[in-house]
Design a protein around this ligand. Structure first.
Ligand SMILES: *[C@@H]1O[C@H](CO)[C@@H](O)[C@H](O)[C@H]1NC(C)=O
Ligand SMILES: *[C@@H]1O[C@H](CO)[C@@H](O)[C@H](O)[C@H]1NC(C)=O
Ligand SMILES: *[C@@H]1O[C@H](CO)[C@@H](O)[C@H](O)[C@H]1NC(C)=O
Ligand SMILES: *[C@@H]1O[C@H](CO)[C@@H](O)[C@H](O)[C@H]1NC(C)=O
Length: 375
């Protein structure tokens, strides 16, 4: 391991200012603000989110049954609860031409956290937000419930795909209502990776006008390779692994157990081997509830009328096995009413497309897609 890498792993990032929430605010609560070294300004937020139980029957651990799957299939919530979402809202530096009416909402994948969007190691190459702020876009990145510094409720009955769909919908509504950053955003560009792409597709199906532009990274509808991929990624109970902060979680909070399994899940082909230990160190959690429920959300949003983009690594082990083939082109059939379809498949790349050597190309392509659609 090189010295610069080692010192990176030992140093804390700007995100270390964000602590887990202790209070229970009813409104979005700004915690602290700071000027980023590259000129943009950011504010850490705690965003409350209420959910009401509507499952058919109330389930506890000891009465798990096939009915649980039926409730996943029907997009139900199993608990009434208030959750806390840890977010970071940033506005571009003064010299950039501010997009004003558009915000990029950045939603991470399972076993990642909001840190994936402002990658702290070699940010000039990998940080999505740094690039987008320079291009004039404000951004909101946040931790999904069950990840990062957001709430960690029951990993089967609560942290499941429908909760994520409702969480992202809640945040879009707050952005449009001017409750985040004091600015009413007319246009929300949803940029999702992996499970967040699935949640974006499902929201576009359930509420077709919620998202204005939909960008899907690291995703296809073809998930025959997904469960073998979980196994080859060697996901195990996180509470037995190296991070002390994971000890308190139930065994259905999972993640990759070793660097080799993580590498198989995230990388292929054209990447810098030095990023592998950084990614392993920054990895976050997945849950049994997400893994079981996500297949029910691979739907066809036939009433969605915005533009849609899909970007994949051709050797995405999680969604495509050895090669994606024609799987990404299902985008046309799955979004028959979309105003624009854009498909990018990067050769020599695995699932974590933001972390390969073509990271800036992915940003160029996403920017071109957004701009030609008026975002
Ligand atoms: C969560 O908060 C801790 C402590 O402030 C910080 O070190 C960590 O980077 C934060 N994680 C995320 C995903 O924001
Ligand atoms: C969410 O629930 C909490 C606790 O029941 C309550 O105090 C709060 O007002 C609710 N917020 C909204 C927006 O309904
Ligand atoms: C699960 O068990 C609890 C008691 O432990 C009971 O109240 C509840 O109705 C049961 N739920 C179902 C769906 O059978
Ligand atoms: C496109 O949307 C309209 C409703 O606006 C719907 O009637 C139609 O069936 C949709 N097209 C397809 C191919 O699903």
């Amino acid at each position: 391991m090189s010295r610069s890498l080692l010192s990176f792993l030992l140093l804390s990032s700007p995100l270390s200012l964000i602590g887990p929430s202790v209070a229970h605010p009813a409104e979005v609560r700004p915690q602290d603000s700071f000027q980023h070294e590259s000129g943009h300004s950011c504010t850490n937020l705690v965003i409350p989110f209420n959910v009401t139980e509507n499952s058919d029957g109330h389930f506890e651990d000891d009465n798990y049954s096939i009915e649980v799957l039926h409730n996943f299939m029907d997009f139900r919530d199993f608990r009434t609860a208030t959750y806390h979402i840890s977010g970071i809202y940033c506005t571009p530096p003064a010299q950039a031409t501010n997009k004003q009416d558009t915000i990029q909402m950045l939603v991470h994948g399972a076993t990642f956290s909001k840190i994936m969007w402002d990658w702290p190691w070699q940010p000039e190459k990998y940080s999505w937000t740094r690039r987008m702020h320079a291009e004039g876009y404000p951004t909101l990145a946040f931790d999904l419930i069950g990840s990062g510094n957001s709430s960690h409720p029951h990993p089967l009955y609560e942290v499941q795909t429908q909760l994520i769909v409702e969480q992202v919908h809640h945040i879009i509504k707050l952005l449009k209502a001017g409750q985040i950053g004091g600015m009413k955003y007319d246009k929300v560009a949803y940029i999702g990776f992996s499970i967040a792409s699935i949640a974006g597709v499902s929201l576009a199906y359930q509420v077709p006008d919620a998202i204005d532009a939909l960008v899907l990274h690291g995703f296809t509808w073809d998930i025959q390779d997904l469960y073998p991929a979980f196994l080859s990624g060697l996901q195990v109970a996180a509470n037995g692994l190296e991070k002390p902060e994971w000890k308190k979680y139930a065994a259905e909070y999972t993640t990759q157990m070793n660097p080799a399994g993580r590498q198989a899940a995230v990388f292929y082909g054209d990447f810098d081997p030095e990023i592998v230990p950084v990614d392993f160190y920054l990895r976050d959690l997945d849950t049994l509830g997400l893994s079981i429920s996500l297949a029910y959300h691979l739907v066809t949003p036939n009433l969605y009328k915005g533009p849609v983009m899909l970007a994949n690594g051709d050797q995405d082990a999680t969604f495509c096995g050895r090669s994606c083939g024609s799987a990404p082109y299902a985008l046309y059939d799955r979004f028959p009413n979309a105003t624009d379809h854009d498909i990018k498949v990067y050769p020599q790349a695995g699932h974590g497309i933001h972390l390969h050597n073509h990271a800036q190309q992915l940003m160029d392509d996403t920017l071109a897609f957004l701009k030609r659609n008026g975002f």
